[in-house]
Write a protein that binds this ligand. Structure first.
Ligand code: FES
Length: 152
């Protein structure tokens, strides 16, 4: 049943009245207007919906919003802005690491989480960190170049 759910997203506190079982992704997109996280598979398999939960990548499409209560949620919007992009966002822009761009939210979130715990990842570690983020365009080489630029 709906109840008050308090979320902290990108440093802003929101008190919302909603079903605590609702997927976090839908709350972010529909209630808070944050469209950085994308709806891809809805099954936790593609990574398009990724957000940072206390700094670790999480799949918002399969995460009940109640599981985000009391934690720091960071979306793509919280990393940087068009005027002042996060270094990982700037690297993806510089390398043009997108074709359709739908997967990029997840790629960037996964990269930020990776570099936070391992600032100098080896190529194999980069590939492993992104292995479960799907890109249907086949833009993997540009994406990997973007991550390497972010590391450099
Ligand atoms: Fe969440 Fe695919 S939309 S993992």
């Amino acid at each position: 049943a709906p109840r008050e759910v308090v979320l902290e997203v990108n440093g802003v506190r929101h008190a919302l009245h909603l079903d605590p079982a609702a997927p976090l992704l839908m709350v972010l997109r529909n209630d808070l207007g944050l469209n950085g996280p994308k709806y891809g598979c809805g099954l936790g398999e593609c990574g398009a919906c990724s957000v940072l939960l206390d700094g670790r990548a999480a799949r918002a499409c399969v995460l009940p919003v109640s599981r985000a209560e009391g934690r720091h949620v960071t979306t793509l919007e919280g990393l940087g802005s068009i005027a002042a992009p996060h270094p990982v966002q700037a690297a993806f822009i510089a390398e043009q690491g997108a074709q359709c761009g739908y997967c990029l939210n997840g790629m960037i979130i996964a990269t930020v989480a990776l570099l936070d715990r391992n600032p100098r990842p080896a190529e194999a570690e980069i590939r492993q960190a992104l292995a479960h983020n799907l890109c249907r365009c086949g833009t993997h080489l540009e994406i990997l170049a973007s991550v390497r630029r972010a590391v450099a």
